[in-house]
Unconditional design. Sequence first.
Length: 190
Amino acid sequence: MSALIDVLGALVIGAMLMLMMITFQYQLRDTADTVIYMSGMIDHMEIASARLNDIIALAGIGFLPATTVTVADTNRLEFNTMWNYQTKMIDSSPHVIKIRLANTQTSLGRALSVYQDNDLIEGMAAIFWVDALKFVYFTKQDNLTTTASLVRSAELWLTFRHNAPKADSDPLHTKLQMRCYFMNAYLAGG
C-alpha cells in the first residue's frame, strides 16, 4: 500500500512540474514576442527620427531666417526651402514642405506625411503606426514661440502605437521626443 501511495505522490509531483514547465514556456514565448515587437518598433522610431531630422535640417536654404517657417501649429509644420527633397539637389525655384499626421487610419495606423509642393515625398510614406504628433517651437534664445517668423528649432513629440502580438493584449505604445534645429535659419543669426 505504501508503494502505491509513493507512486501516486510521484505522479502528482511530476504532473505539477510538467504543468509548471508548460506555463513557463508559454510565458517565455509571450515575452519573446513582445520583445521582438518592441525591437521592431524601436528600429522604426529610429528611422523615423533620422528622416524627420534630415528634412528639418535642410529647411530655409535660400531664405531669410524670418521667412523659413510659414506655419507653426501644434499639429503641423510648413517651411520654405530651395532644397528639392525628390532630387536631393538645390533648385532654382522654392519649395514648400509640409509635415502633418494623415487624417485616415490604415491597417498600419496613421502615417506621418511629408509633402513637397503638395506631393508626398517618396520614401517618407513609411512612417506608420503614429498615434499622435505634437510640435513645440523655440526661438534662437530657446524661448517658446508660436510666431512662425521667430521659429529656429522645434521639438517633435511622436507617439507610436502598434498592436500587441496577442489579440487579447493591450497595444504597445512608445513615445519619441526629439529636437530639430532649422540649421540655415539658426546659423544665419536670425
